[in-house]
Design a protein. Structure first.
Length: 154
């Protein structure tokens, strides 16, 4: 009964936190040293290779939430200067990642007016995991617009 209550509390807190994902500049989290090995399994390209995503892990710290999503994409159409490859990190909250990111499970759709939409499976830690329960999985949607350079959570 106690485990069921702990899991229910975790699900409710996760639901309350839904939509809290943040997109930031890479900083130290986006270092290539943090890409989970093997790279071939934990990174993918989209849009004819113009967009690359990868699972980042900051060395298991904090234990609950050291996983982030790396997004490398064009900075825009060049009307505000030269186009370059920008680096963004998607996290659960500012300074806090997910328990896991399932890069092979990413699905993609494209809307010419809005850009590429990635649906990314992410696992969240909850207290019942200490008793062997699996993470709580959900999908987060990330929109990448190559024309404007925008990378945002939807």
């Amino acid at each position: 009964m106690r485990n069921a209550l702990v899991t229910l509390a975790a699900v409710l807190s996760l639901h309350a936190a839904a939509g809290a994902q943040v997109v930031t500049d890479c900083g130290w989290i986006g270092s290539p040293a943090n890409i989970v090995e093997p790279w071939e399994q934990h990174s993918r390209t989209f849009a004819n290779g113009n967009i690359r995503v990868a699972w980042l892990d900051t060395g298991g710290e904090p234990v609950c939430c050291s996983s982030h999503l790396l997004v490398l994409s064009p900075s825009g159409n060049g009307s505000d200067g030269p186009v370059y490859r920008q680096c963004r990190v998607v996290s659960a909250r500012a300074g806090e990642g997910f328990f896991a990111v399932d890069v092979p499970g990413i699905t993609a759709t494209y809307d010419p007016a809005r850009g590429l939409l990635l649906s990314v499976p992410v696992g969240h830690w909850h207290p019942a995991m200490e008793s062997g329960a699996p993470p709580i999985w959900e999908r987060m949607d990330i929109r990448i617009n190559q024309a404007t350079g925008a990378v945002r959570y939807e």
